[in-house]
Design a protein around this ligand. Structure first.
Ligand SMILES: [Zn+2]
Length: 127
């Protein structure tokens, strides 16, 4: 059976292929569901705008509970127009996003990542 994983990622075209390639390598999934917004870690951290937060949650629900995705990656990135903050300010948002999404979907493994100016993916350590 084909396997799904899910990415919560920015809508920025520069980070789509790096995230899909990373997620496939990391999880062995055949398909990566993409939940995209401009700067989604900002939305998950602030819990606003509420309709967007709800939309992100609904799409994650389809990925996890209909497609059976068991791994969710959450991504912040360099030069984000939707969340124009430096890495050191985005990493706490990524951590808060991981906590929130893990609370919604306890059956899934949820991990956070940073994408740098070379479009390389790095884990955001939890603490
Ligand atoms: Zn962005």
């Amino acid at each position: 059976m084909k396997k799904f994983a899910c990415a919560v990622n920015c809508m920025d075209g520069r980070v789509q292929e790096p995230v899909i390639a990373f997620m496939k390598r990391k999880t062995g999934a055949d398909y990566i569901d993409m939940v995209t917004e401009p700067g989604p870690v900002r939305i998950l951290d602030l819990q606003e705008p509420a309709p967007l937060l709800e939309s992100v949650k609904n799409r994650l629900d389809i990925s996890v509970r209909k497609h059976g995705a068991s791994f969710i990656g959450i991504f912040g990135h360099h030069d984000c127009a939707g969340n124009p903050l430096p890495r050191e300010a985005q990493e706490p948002q990524v951590r808060e996003s991981v906590r929130r999404v893990a609370g919604w979907f306890p059956e899934a493994e949820v991990r956070g990542y940073w994408i740098d100016h070379h479009w390389e993916v790095y884990p955001v350590e939890e603490f």
